[in-house]
Every structure is written in C-alpha cells, then in structure tokens.
Design a protein around this ligand. Sequence first.
Ligand SMILES: [Cu+2]
Length: 264
Amino acid sequence: MTQAENRTQIRKSLEIVIPISGLIYFDILSLSTLAIMNFPTSDLVLIPFVVVFALCAYGIARRSRISYIISAVLSATLFALFATTIVEGFGAVTIPYGFFAAVTSVPILLAVIIYSVLGLRRAWRKEIIPKPMRMIPASSVVILVIVGFIIGAMTIGVIAAQTENRLLGSAGAGNITIVQGAGEQNNGQFYSPQTFTVKAGTTVTWINHDGVVHTITSKSSNLFDSGNIPTGGSFTYTFTQPGTHNYYCTVHPWMTGTIVVTSG
Ligand SMILES: [Cu+2]
C-alpha cells in the first residue's frame, strides 16, 4: 500500500470513528448532566437528542448516509440551542463539572459536524468501506464501545463526586441540616433536627447536605420561602415573633420540620 493510499484509509476510518465516538461521548455527557441536575424539565429536550444520537452512531457504523446527515444537522442544532449554556459553563470555573462539560462539548460537537459532512461526501460517492474497518471483527468494536463508555462514565462520575464533596465540604455547620437522601420519601430523616427551638430574635441557618435541591418554605403563613437551595447551599431566617412555625420542602412535600420560637 502506498503512503497516499494509507492516508486515505486513515481518513476514511476517522470519518467513521470520530462521529461515532463524538456522538456516544455526547450521550454520556448529556445523561450524566441530567442525572446530576435531577432531570430538570427545562433540559429534558436533550432526551430526544440522546436517543437519535445513539441511533446515528449505529447508522454511521453501517455507513448510512441519512445518519451522517442527521448527525451533522442535530449537532449544529444542539450547538445553537445550548450556545448560552456552553458559554456560561466556560465562566463557571468554580463548578468544575460545568466547566469540563463546556470545554469538551464544543470541540466534540464541531468534530462531529465536520467529520459527518466529510463522511457523508464519501458515502455519497458510494466508496467501499475502508479495509481496516472491515477487518476489525464486530465483537471487538462492541468491546471498544463498552470500554469507552465505562471509562467516560467513570471520569464524569469521579468529577461529579468531587464537585459534590467540595460543595458539601465548604458548606459549614448551620443549625439544621438537610440530610443526605432527604429527597427520597423512605429516607426517614429529612431536616435534622426536625424540631428546633430558639429564642425570639435568633437567626436560624439551614444547610443542604443532600445531592439535590430543596426548599425551606413556611406552611401556613408566607413568613419565609428559601427558593431552591442547591447542594452545599444554605438559607437563613431570623425569627422575631414567638410561636410555632411549620415548614416543608416544595420539591418534596413529605419533608417537614418545625421551628418553635420562645419569648425573650
Ligand atoms: Cu426537598
């Protein structure tokens, strides 16, 4: 094989391998981001992309032209849709996961677009599947994909865990802790302590030590409402009037707590 032929073979392989790995990587990134954020409805638009990307990766492995087209068009759409999110991620150096996701998704989406177009051009000319690809048995391709999937998922998992630990580490003590797993109804423990007694004029601090957002919302009155408290976040409120204040979490209504305020 001459050097020129060799280069062509390599380029042909790249036009298959790069879009496939890019699409799979983006699927892993999207799913873990959604999982970490507890599947916010605003970002569920990603789910159809994840499904179609997986189908495209399969189609490109079979040199399907339509898969190349869909892959290029959807990558460009996703890029446009999430341009602001990606830019925000660049600024979010304090959240390593967001920064990592932003930094990797830009080159990956671009590479998928470019190599999908290149691959489509070649597939259109009905060129044969490059020999090196044909010679790799299907089973090793499957193993490669699985190994890549595991390594990618582990990397993201480790980074996400570090982020969460760092957020929790900087959280401090507070008076009342939202315990780990409080979002699960069968957790048994939610706000700890569940009943907290203070003298009038005391400022109470709640700290979220759970991996998902929670709120501190007064039940009968509109006295206080923290809004969504992220992992490691806190909320403070100063109780001036004696009385009993029941509160709950608007995200997980089974989470309830009580503040008893005594006079003086
Ligand atoms: Cu909650």
